[in-house]
Design a protein around this ligand. Structure first.
Ligand code: FAD
Length: 320
């Protein structure tokens, strides 16, 4: 029995899509087809499908909003599962704070806007982060010095190995800049997250959201397909402080600044280019391929290492 028959037979009511073009879904407009794609309507569907994949030894990939990934040109075998559930619940609201629970499939921008409208403050800077909450928690999304985990209390997790749902405290999630336990333990799936937000005037929260949108529009190449910042900002060190005293107090030096200083703005491989507007972004000028992205990543890493003795590390994730 082939994969299509196997899924149809075991989940007859699920509307799977076979040979689904993932490039359409990705922000970068890059990547081949998924052998099987399914947008899960609730957490039980996610659990049932992934337990099935585990038992049948079928490869799977989790897809959030597809804004921080490079999908292989040859496509993905097995199942690609998206999270199409996106509820936001207010768990507690007082004069001083709001505690909410948001599903992994909610768009990050929708969560931020809805919470700001209620006067919840702390997430405003994340308004322009594309994708969904699951993806934002996976990489611990950042905006300037803020991390999405700063206001997070706990994450609802399904552990595929143990086949159980539990709540992970912030500490247990091992959050740091661009890091979380979900990157190292692939059997952990993010189902939802709880945030505790300070209560301020909704008008002030909405104004902070507006200011964050404006700042992004000025600095980022939002008119072209991209995967956002390709590299993590490297940790500062004595040598970099001497070279760039303007960052002497900073913990990290912006990767985009180093790429710009290395003269790489506008560099191209095929149709993939280091953005002219923001050197940390790679943009797809039309027919970009994952192979072009990889070649450009290699070139940028090589030049930055030669010029500044800095090893750049990818912020994006590869789905293969
Ligand atoms: C224009 C632009 C601006 C951006 N600005 C920022 C920014 O300011 N700050 C920032 O940090 N990032 C930024 N990014 C990068 C990206 O948008 C964020 O990291 C975003 O949070 C990724 O979410 P996603 O849903 O798209 O994740 P995806 O790209 O779909 O997935 C990323 C990873 O998370 C895993 N994953 C997704 N959901 C789950 C889940 N429920 N359980 C377990 N694993 C899961 C996937 O398997 C994958 O490995 C930007 C990108 C673009 C294109």
């Amino acid at each position: 029995m082939n994969l299509e028959q196997l899924f149809k037979q075991n989940f007859p009511s699920f509307d799977f899509i076979f040979d689904y073009p993932l490039a359409n879904k990705s922000y970068f407009k890059i990547g081949g087809n998924a052998e099987v794609y399914y947008a899960a309507k609730n957490r039980q569907e996610v659990i049932d499908l992934l337990v099935f994949c585990k038992k049948q030894n079928i490869k799977y990939n989790i897809l959030g909003g597809a804004s921080n990934i490079i999908i292989a040109d040859e496509g993905l075998t097995g199942l690609v599962i998206g999270f199409d559930f996106n509820e936001l619940k207010i768990v507690e609201e007082t004069q001083d704070k709001i505690i909410c629970q948001a599903d992994a499939g909610i768009k990050t921008s929708v969560l931020v806007a809805k919470i700001a409208a209620k006067g919840g403050s702390g997430l405003e800077g994340f308004i322009g982060v594309p994708g969904v909450l699951g993806g934002a928690i996976y990489n611990n999304a950042h905006y300037l010095k803020d991390l999405i985990s700063d206001n997070l209390i706990q994450v609802e997790v399904f552990d595929l190995e143990k086949e159980e749902i539990s709540l992970f405290t912030r500490e247990k999630c091992q959050f740091a800049y661009e890091q979380s336990i979900f990157q190292t333990n692939k059997s952990l799936l993010i189902l939802s997250a709880y945030f505790e937000l300070k209560k301020i005037s909704p008008d002030i929260a909405k104004e902070k959201v507006r200011a964050a949108i404006e700042k992004r529009e000025l600095t980022q190449p939002l008119d072209l397909p991209s995967c956002g910042c390709v590299f993590q900002n490297p940790a500062n060190n004595e040598q970099l402080k001497k070279l760039f005293p303007q960052f002497s107090e900073a913990e990290f030096v912006p990767a985009g600044f180093l790429i710009d200083q290395a003269g790489l703005k506008g560099s191209k491989e095929g149709d993939v280019q280091v953005s002219e507007k923001h050197a940390a972004f790679f943009v797809n000028l039309g027919q970009g391929k994952a192979e072009d992205v990889k070649k450009l990543i290699h070139r940028v890493k090589t030049v930055v290492l030669e010029k500044f003795n800095v090893i750049l590390k990818e912020e994006v994730f590869y789905l293969t």
